[in-house]
Design a protein around this ligand. Structure first.
Ligand code: MG
Length: 227
């Protein structure tokens, strides 16, 4: 391997993210319990979120709008403005959530700094991701921050072009096989999957990955042994 750039996914790779979405979803379902069962609410919300991705992109603000749309749909447009207000508050609480770094992250960044160019490659809302990076105290470790609207082959190719490296000089680390691993392998880069205990349904894939440029690690600290 001749890795020059080590890129990190942010949500559920550097810090906790998905549990806050699940927590808000639970509270959302409790608010709307009179209109539908928990299962129906979860299914409807996921469907509306996915349908809205192309319009809103990833992130909390799109999630808030999707929760409101779901509330209107399941209530036959009778949901109270008070409940809508509570849904907006749920989203604002998520936006103001303190950053909780995952174990080992700071150690790994300190070990790799100086040996590789370190990059953050994330999707989501630009303002929110910038705020989280600032609050994380990690920003000084990184040479470049890339917030993509979608983590696909084309956007990873743009990233390596911007970094002026060849595909096989990139190693991407992340918790999503769909977003952090498959597109990077597709363009000829290296990828390490560090699973997180909760994965959003939309990020889950069934494929088994068989590629010599792919590794799976139990924790982010294990990455140090692979490099
Ligand atoms: Mg992630």
């Amino acid at each position: 391997m001749n890795i020059k750039v080590v890129a990190f996914d942010a949500d559920d790779t550097l810090w906790v993210n998905e549990p806050y979405f699940r927590q808000s979803e639970e509270r959302f379902c409790a608010l709307l319990g009179e209109y539908a069962s928990l299962h129906e609410l979860e299914r409807e919300l996921l469907k509306i979120e996915i349908d809205n991705l192309a319009l809103y992109g990833y992130g909390i603000k799109g999630f808030m709008l999707s929760m409101i749309e779901t509330a209107m749909k399941v209530s036959g447009n009778t949901v109270s403005t008070e409940v809508i207000g509570q849904i907006i508050d749920l989203g604002k609480q998520m936006l103001n959530q303190p950053i909780e770094l995952l174990e080992g992250v700071e150690h790994v960044l300190e070990q790799l700094k100086g040996k590789y160019r370190l990059v953050v490659a994330t999707k989501g809302d630009l303002l929110d991701q910038e705020r989280k990076l600032r609050k994380s105290g990690l920003i000084h470790h990184f040479h470049h921050i890339e917030v993509m609207s979608e983590k696909d082959d084309a956007n990873y190719l743009k990233l390596i072009k911007h970094l002026d490296i060849k595909p096989d000089e990139l190693l991407m680390i992340g918790n999503s096989l769909k977003s952090d691993v498959l597109p990077v392998l597709n363009i000829g880069g290296y990828a390490v999957h560090v699973p997180y205990h909760i994965t959003w349904a939309h990020e889950q894939i069934e494929d088994k990955i068989d590629n010599e440029r792919f590794k799976s690690a139990e924790s982010i600290t294990e990455v140090l042994e692979l490099l």
